[in-house]
Design a protein around this ligand. Sequence first.
Ligand code: PLP
Length: 437
Amino acid sequence: MISISESKVKMEEAKKYIPGGVASSLRSSMKPVPLYVQDASGARVVDVNNNVYIDYLLAYGPLILGHAHPDLTRNIHEALLRGSTYGLQHDGEIRLAKRLTEILPCADQVAFSGSGTEAVMLALRLARAYTGKTKIVRFYGHYHGWSDSIFTSFPSPDFGSVQKDSLLSAAAPGTGGQSNGSLQELILLPWNDPDALEKALNEHSHDIAAVITEPVMCNSGCIAPKPGYMAFMREITSRMGIVLIWDEVITGFRFGLGGAHERFGIQPDLVTIGKAMAGGIPLSAVAGKKEILQLIEEGKVLHLGTLNGNSLSTAAGLTVIDTLSKDGSFAFSKLEAMAVMLAEGIRTLLKNKRISGVVNQLGPVFHVMFIDREEVSDFDTFNLRDTQAYTFFTEKLLEEGVLIRQTGLWYVSTAHGEAEVKETLQAIDRVLDKMKL
Ligand code: PLP
């Protein structure tokens, strides 16, 4: 039994000065207590009690090169020695933007910001200004950051069948203090349902500025789009003059240098990228068609941010791209191979122990669910998973030295290797024996 006593003490102290003790509400969900870190390197993180964990949380996604990658650390340090941020232009911005237009198939131009939330805000603003329309279609189970204009709870228990009258009113605030007014512009639809999309767009196309979607429903079950669904979404939005935004904040850089849109061979009008893009340094971007991004140059859309394009983030972004592209597609095949080994290993363990569960894996991300179903391919079914059992699983894995996210989504980094995967599967083997399902 490990001790996490020091994290508990620090959390109590933190609560005196920081509301809830954490800097992002999601982190408070960690049981039995959010961990305090002392050190981290490669695939492992060390807490303040000196416990070492194999890390699959990876800071909720950014650490694609693992912790403290030597090149990333060196290049950020070198950039820092020349000044961290200027509020002036510098060559790093041009080099990174140029590189992004080379690797992202849909990108003519790139606008930098600091977080995925900000990139989504800008993309929505661009879409509205470009089309002169205001409504935004988004989907149940997807997450696009926490700004008032897009953050929702998913209130309807019966969203499998879309009711005409509820289309515009379905979106409800995701938090206290959120403006109801901004949600009036949202149309909330079930994902992976071409009929629901077609019906909504047919009825409201004259009002709809954009459809925003995760290309894979990473945030809720790692659910893949049905064959033809994303192509249909591309076709119908083009036909109706609606901007198609792919939120690649998770899939960007994880599904290959060109993200999911390269992998699926579909060109959205705009993509938002963040997280893995700078390996753990704040950086995000909207990339896409020049005719839309040009609205910024024309002064029709304002794009602001004191620290946008700072030299630390551009040095980090360039290093991530260089590192991932160094050996052709090797880094991505390695990431995917690790995810496949883990996902298949967990499936085999579940089967051998007769525990009901589903592991959805696509590319280098996967989601583990305890659920009595053969497959999880929609948000309704995803919501039936046993979240208590998963919380127990995460707590017991932590005791075994494996750190995973409470919600079921796992990330791997290029620092993870077969040794870590084997160690992890052995730990899972022991933990599943303790589970009474
Ligand atoms: N979009 C997606 C798909 C995300 O998963 C997230 C964060 O998890 C965001 C946007 C928001 O990014 P950030 O947390 O950097 O604001």
